[in-house]
Design a binder for this molecule. Structure first.
Ligand SMILES: C[S@@+](CC[C@H](N)C(=O)[O-])C[C@H]1O[C@@H](n2cnc3c(N)ncnc32)[C@H](O)[C@@H]1O
Length: 304
């Protein structure tokens, strides 16, 4: 058990629905991959470390750009799907391991982590990334969240959550009352170094510098069934009791089908970037000094 502030049950819930996860979750936009490659100066053949690879949604995109990816994923079920997805791509190795228990044997020019950084122990993750990266290397954490402020069905879905699952607080991105943009404190179309990512990097005791966040807005259209599938890949929905989950999903389906054939969900991919300190002699933090501060939500509001 690692001390993320989350329980292992939450962190590792995705493995229970690995095939569904792979089918239902959106991929990442090409512009987000461009950001990572440009920031890291990564060309064909560059080695990158990926943490929390899941079923390989980001892994395949990196490999398709010619990168060689060493991908860590602790869930055997998720790793098995990732291996299948990457089978026809060269240069990918999937290792079943948590970041906290893994030892790097080389220094990478980039570490990428999609929808998983918050599952790594906040007291260790910057130090671990620092140790795995070369001076000047890129740290890139990505998330894709709904932009509820642009969703026409937000109010109807809010009613469905209140009626179907009142105990579920808006602590996670798929809850229509949540405010996931708080993560970066930025709006689409802008590059910012504010928000929680900047606080995370400031809390790295000089191990990382120059935080910035680049945003890629897009949208996805889901039938009610597809949307219900998507919800069931999020750990808070997975961990609801079966009756409660059924009530909620029925209410959500009703909210969608009573208003049309589908829901258009505005999304924003957040690419959070920072640079590993260039001069480790001046900036290297002592073990235990690092205390990263990124929290998606206040202590009582946790999830993904
Ligand atoms: C929401 S999924 C993201 C998967 C994939 N990166 C994606 O974008 O679809 C989070 C992943 O992080 C993995 N994970 C959880 N704790 C981890 C840890 N301590 N070290 C590495 N991976 C972890 C989970 O098993 C899960 O596959």
């Amino acid at each position: 058990m690692v001390s993320t502030g989350f329980q292992d049950e939450q962190r590792l819930a995705f493995g229970r629905v690995a095939e569904l996860y792979d089918r239902a979750r959106p991929s990442y936009p090409a512009g987000a991959i461009d950001d990572v490659l440009e920031h890291g100066g990564l060309g064909v053949g560059a080695r990158v470390l990926e943490v929390g690879a899941g079923t390989g949604k980001l892994t395949v995109l990196l490999a398709a750009r010619g990168l060689r990816v060493l991908a860590l994923e602790p869930s055997g079920a998720m790793a098995a799907v990732a291996r299948a997805n990457c089978a026809d791509l060269g240069g990918v190795r999937i290792v079943e391991a948590e970041f906290e228990g893994w030892q790097p044997s080389e220094c990478f020019p980039a570490l990428v982590c999609a929808a998983a950084w918050h599952w790594i122990d906040p007291g260790q993750r910057c130090r671990l990334a620092y140790q795995a990266l070369a001076p000047g290397a890129t740290l890139a954490a990505l998330w894709t969240f709904p932009d509820w402020s642009r969703c026409a069905l937000r109010d109807a879905l809010s009613d469905a959550y209140r009626a179907g699952a009142p105990p579920l607080a808006p602590d996670f991105p798929m809850h229509p009352d949540s405010e996931p943009e708080r993560l970066v404190g930025a709006r689409p179309g802008r590059v910012r170094d504010g928000g929680q990512w900047a606080a995370e990097i400031a809390g790295s005791a000089g191990a990382f510098v120059a935080p910035e966040t680049r945003l890629h807005p897009c949208s996805a259209t889901y039938t009610a069934d597809q949307y219900i599938d998507l919800l069931q890949t999020h750990q808070d929905h997975i961990l609801l009791g079966p009756e409660q989950r059924r009530r909620l999903l029925d209410a959500v389906a009703e909210a969608i089908t009573s208003r049309g054939d589908s829901i258009e969900l505005p999304l924003v991919t957040h690419v959070c970037l920072a640079r590993r300190a260039a001069n480790p002699l001046e900036t290297s933090p002592a073990p235990g000094e690092l205390s990263a501060t990124l929290r998606f939500w206040p202590e009582s509001r946790k999830g993904s």
